[in-house]
Ligand binder design. Structure first.
Ligand code: HEM
Length: 186
């Protein structure tokens, strides 16, 4: 997870809202959005991030209709209603630890784990669908686009010198080393 709280707040946004948030930070709503989402070709998400899609999609008592039925059953077994929210699920169910383009073929098979993933392919009439198809059929194009978009994302308001820090742990700001905490900061 790279955008910490932002990602958590975005996970059930509609594609329109995701697009407007990308546009706000100067990223484009086509290639940047689809290529960067491809980072979900590995890593995990917690049940809490998907449970609504499995049981009460959009507040109704049904699952998300864009979820493949077999995949839905697998996810329901891992995340029963009222179960442990921190159980981890692979973001890419086919090659969970490889950086490849299977994320996109998963979307074509309605096996995107997060709502924000599946919407790239399942929102009818959207310009993101063709890009998913292209990245799914051509891994080299995905890799090249991903590199370009990562650089573009890295250039969003970078902080330099003493304005920022390189974190020792990506999930928290560095603890300043003092005589009282120097043995417990990592
Ligand atoms: C398009 C908007 C995005 C949304 C809505 C989103 C949402 C999420 C969510 C909800 C999780 C799981 C968090 C959890 O359950 O604890 C996650 C994990 C992850 N995200 Fe994103 N994300 C987005 C964009 C990105 C981007 C741009 C990247 C990197 C370029 C990225 C890389 C990752 C990785 C690697 C993980 C797995 C982390 C781990 O296994 O510890 N995401 N994302």
């Amino acid at each position: 997870m790279i955008w910490d709280d932002f990602e958590a707040k975005w996970l059930s946004e509609t594609l329109d809202v995701l697009k407007s948030k990308f546009a706000t930070v100067g990223l484009n709503t086509t290639t940047d959005l689809v290529a960067l989402s491809g980072a979900h070709t590995f890593g995990r998400a917690q049940c809490s991030s998907v449970v609504d899609r499995l049981y009460i999609f959009n507040g109704a008592g049904n699952p998300d209709p864009t979820l493949d039925k077999t995949y839905l059953e697998t996810l329901r077994e891992a995340c029963p209603e009222g179960g442990i929210e921190t159980v981890l699920l692979n973001l890419d169910p086919t090659t969970p630890n490889a950086f490849d383009n299977n994320y996109y073929s998963n979307l074509q098979a309605e096996q995107g784990l997060l709502q924000s993933d599946q919407e790239l392919f399942s929102t009818s009439g959207e310009d993101t669908i063709d890009i998913v198809d292209r990245f799914s059929s051509d891994e080299t194009t995905f890799f090249e686009s991903f590199a370009v978009s990562m650089i573009r994302m890295g250039n969003i308001s970078p902080i330099t010198g003493s304005e920022g820090e390189i974190r020792l742990s990506c999930r928290e700001v560095n603890v300043e080393c003092t005589s009282s905490n120097k043995w417990s900061s990592i």
